[in-house]
Design a protein around this ligand. Sequence first.
Ligand SMILES: *[C@@H]1O[C@H](CO)[C@@H](O)[C@H](O)[C@H]1NC(C)=O
Ligand SMILES: *[C@@H]1O[C@H](CO)[C@@H](O)[C@H](O)[C@H]1NC(C)=O
Ligand SMILES: *[C@@H]1O[C@H](CO)[C@@H](O)[C@H](O)[C@H]1NC(C)=O
Ligand SMILES: *[C@H]1O[C@H](CO)[C@@H](O)[C@H](O)[C@H]1NC(C)=O
Ligand SMILES: [Ca+2]
Ligand SMILES: [Ca+2]
Length: 354
Amino acid sequence: MGKLAVLTVLGASLALIGERLLSFRGRMNAFREVEPIEPQSCHLIEGLENGSEDIDILPSGLAFISTGLKYPGMPNFAPDELGKIFLMDLNEQNPKAQALNISDGFDRESFNPHGISTFIDKDHTVYLYVVNHPHIESTVEIFKFEEQQRSLTHLKTIKHELLKSVNDIVVLGSEKFYATRDHYFTSHFLVFLEMIWDPHWTYVLFYSPGEVKVVAKGFSSANGITVSLDQKYVYIADVTAMNIHIMNKQDNWDLTQVKVIQLGTLVDNLTVDPATGDILAGCHPNAMKLLIYNPEDPPGSEVLRIQDVLSDKPRVSTLYANNGSVLQGSTVASVYHGKMLIGTVFHKALYCVL
Ligand SMILES: *[C@@H]1O[C@H](CO)[C@@H](O)[C@H](O)[C@H]1NC(C)=O
Ligand SMILES: *[C@@H]1O[C@H](CO)[C@@H](O)[C@H](O)[C@H]1NC(C)=O
Ligand SMILES: *[C@@H]1O[C@H](CO)[C@@H](O)[C@H](O)[C@H]1NC(C)=O
Ligand SMILES: *[C@H]1O[C@H](CO)[C@@H](O)[C@H](O)[C@H]1NC(C)=O
Ligand SMILES: [Ca+2]
Ligand SMILES: [Ca+2]
C-alpha cells in the first residue's frame, strides 16, 4: 500500500475512533449535572454502606436487598466484605436492615450477588433467585426463604452457556425466568471495547428447565428487567441507550416490542409500584463519573417515576435526585405503601417516607 493510502486509512480510523469516543461520552451522559430533589423524610440505612445493587419487596412488605457486588470497572470501597442478602420489614416504624443467614453447603466466600427476584409458589413458599458472579462467572442461585429463622436455604445453582454477563432477572414461574445480559463479551478488555464501540449485541434470555432461548436482542446494554402487575408486559432498561423497552409477553415466552420510552439518563434497575403499576427506575445521571470515580466530584443518584406506561403519553417525574453528596450511584428504587428504598452500586442505601 502506498504511503498516501496508509495515511488515508489511518486518518479515517482515527476519525472513526474519535467519533466513537465522543459518542461514548454522549452515551455516558458525561456532561450532565443534577439538581437535588428529595422527599420530605429520608435517611441513610444503617449497615448498608458498601452497595445495595438490587431490592425486591414482597407483597407482605419484607424487602430483600443484595449487597457486596464486585463488578469489574465499578468502584468498590469494601473489596473484603462478602456478598450478603439483607432483609428489611417495611411494616415496622423504624425498619432495620438485617443480614440473612445462608445455609451451609453454599459457597459464601465467592458469593457476589447482583440482580435478585422473588417468586412465591402456590403453597406460599417464598423463593429468592439471585444473579451471582462467583469468580467473574454468571450463575443464578435459588434460595428458599425461611421467614421464622430469617435465613436462606440454598436449593440449586443454575448455569447455562447463554447465561453470561447476567445483570438482572425476573422470575415468572418455578425455575422460569427472564434474564438480561449487559455485555456481549466477558473479558475485561473486550468489554471495554464493546462499551466504546457499542455494537448492540446484548439480549434478554428466557430460561426454563426445558428450553433456553434469546427472546429479545439488539440492546446496547440490557440491564434491569421487571414485569407489569398483570404479567402481560416485560419492562427492560437499556442502560447506555438511556431508555426503557416495553415488551409484550407472548404465550411462547417470546417478547415483542410495544414501545421505547427515552429518558435522558442511564437506567439501571426497574421496579413496579404494586399500588399503581408505575415503573420506578434507579438511574445513573452521569455514568462517566461512575467509571472515573473522583470523590471530589462523585457520581449522583436519580430515581424516576413513569406513570401511564402503556398510554400514548407516559408521564415521567423525578422522585429523587442528588449530586452524590448524600447518595452515589443509585441502581434501584422500590416502593411499598408510601415508603421508598433506594439502592446503589457501591455506596449507601436510603429509606424515604413519600
Ligand atoms: C463498608 O466498608 C468499610 C471499608 O471496608 C468497612 O469498614 C465497613 O465496615 C463496611 N460496612 C459494612 C456495613 O459492611
Ligand atoms: C445466624 O447463624 C448464626 C450462627 O449459626 C447464629 O448465631 C445467628 O443467631 C443466626 N442469625 C439469625 C438471624 O438467625
Ligand atoms: C452538591 O450539592 C450540595 C448542595 O446540595 C453542595 O453543597 C455541594 O457542593 C454539591 N457537590 C458537588 C460535587 O457539586
Ligand atoms: C436492579 O438491578 C439489578 C442488577 O443490576 C438486578 O439484579 C435487580 O433485580 C434490579 N432490581 C429490580 C428491583 O429489578
Ligand atoms: Ca431484580
Ligand atoms: Ca442493574
